[in-house]
Design a protein around this ligand. Sequence first.
Ligand code: EPS
Length: 396
Amino acid sequence: MLRFTTAGESHGPGLVSMLEGMVAGLPLLAGDVNRELARRQQGYGRGRRMQIERDEVEFIAGVRAGQSLGSPIAMLIRNRDWKNWQDVMDPAPREGDPDPRRRAVTRVRPGHADLTGLLKYDRDDARDILERASARETTARVAAAAICRRLLEEFGVRLGSHVTHLGGIDAARPDPMPADINAAADASPVRMLDASAEASVTARIDEAKQAGNTLGGICEVVADGLPVGLGSHVSWDRKLDGRLAAALMSIPAVKGVELGLGFDTARRMGSEVHDEIEAAPGRPLAGNVRRRTNRAGGTEGGMTTGEPLVLRVAMKPISTLMRPLGTVDVATGQAAAATAERSDVTAVPAMGVIAEAMVAFVLAQAWLEKFGGDSLDEVRRNYDGYLARVAERIGG
Ligand code: EPS
């Protein structure tokens, strides 16, 4: 079973990411991971923190001579900002310090984990919660997923994402989509594929910053080159659509996930929802058929169809407002303005990269369930054998 765990506080010494269950023999360089970490750091609307950090991974275990060993892969990403926070985040008790809990947060932010976490974990200082609830943690997710992505690349799977909406402004979806979505999206400061929307979006972000406010948005993730049959219809927890939705909803501030037409399917007649099927010799990945449309977004019955997987992910505005909302100070019980500490105006462009990462992880997990083995070569043999069988079915 492929799985990963992360550890790390936003302003602690660093982040740890551990991926277990990856096959041996996967070519893997720190640069493969660092490239994805750098993509996650981009995007107009981020705060000063991203100028401090330059996320880079150190392999601590599981990699030798540029290849995975099949053992757990452990990675460390150091926080450069740690040097500015050592007195606040010191793991040791600060004996004799008159202010051992510097920068305590008691004016809990509406919409943040501050209050719920503080009550659940019985803490007095919401910093004990917010340091882990911070989206800084997604760095470690992207690191684990970069390795999953390397596995998928070996089989020609391509993942990309772009922003379709930010702060009330829609970006047009190009038709056809560019062959390399990320090459185009990463060149845009807001990761949109619509140059005409960029200027108004960056202006909207500037306005929100000026007003001490924050903005949300929507990203689309596309995965291409998948074979029919990842996931399964047989049990609820093996359905790929459900697993993708759960993984994407776990991203901080994400409030909605759609697959294909998503919510719009509920408003249409059946004939305007389902994708007609026609024979298409020479498309072994899809079983030698083609869907005339891809309204389903690449799954039927909780399994990939072989058509592109298309997901949309909605993120609410960040809950740290520089012009804060009203709250209660948990230290006094009195009404107060919520804490306003350094943050981003929007992180929607970065969320697209994180959504890609979560999709890559779920797909790699389903891949190893279907074609699993202990080495890359073994997985390749299983994949080739399956594809050969699928290719000799319809019209073969
Ligand atoms: C975050 C607040 C900001 C963001 C941070 C997430 O950090 P800071 O509190 O240090 O200014 O920049 O995101 C990251 C550090 C990152 O790597 O994405 C928050 O409160 O969630």
